[in-house]
Design a protein around this ligand. Structure first.
Ligand code: ZN
Length: 106
């Protein structure tokens, strides 16, 4: 895969909400910037962490969701232990009660 484009699951916002999806887009943008700067693209956890940093660094701070770090920590867990769709939805529900105190939109 080449880092020539960013794509995202088109109905993700219905589950995760726009803030979390925005954080995912910033992360993907971080992958592009990381590739431009260091030529790294493959998907180890270290590269994922770096893409998080690059994304935040290259997007104006007022466009970065307040919970960006927490959003990214949430998705990093799926790299440590691959999730099924059900595990992901359950983990997200727990995340919401911890950070947003609102119900996810299923
Ligand atoms: Zn990534």
């Amino acid at each position: 895969m080449k880092p020539a484009s960013i794509w995202i699951w088109q109905t993700a916002y219905e589950i995760y909400g726009w803030d979390m999806v925005t954080s995912a887009l910033i992360h993907e943008f971080g992958h592009c910037k990381l590739y431009e700067s260091e030529g790294i693209w493959e998907g180890s956890i270290e590269v994922e962490r770096k893409a998080n940093e690059y994304g935040r660094k290259h997007v104006p701070p007022d466009l970065v969701p307040a919970l960006y770090e927490e959003h990214r920590k949430f998705f990093l867990k799926s790299y440590e232990t691959p999730w099924t769709r059900e595990q992901c939805l359950e983990a997200h529900q727990q995340w919401c009660t911890q950070f947003e105190r609102t119900e996810p939109h299923y």
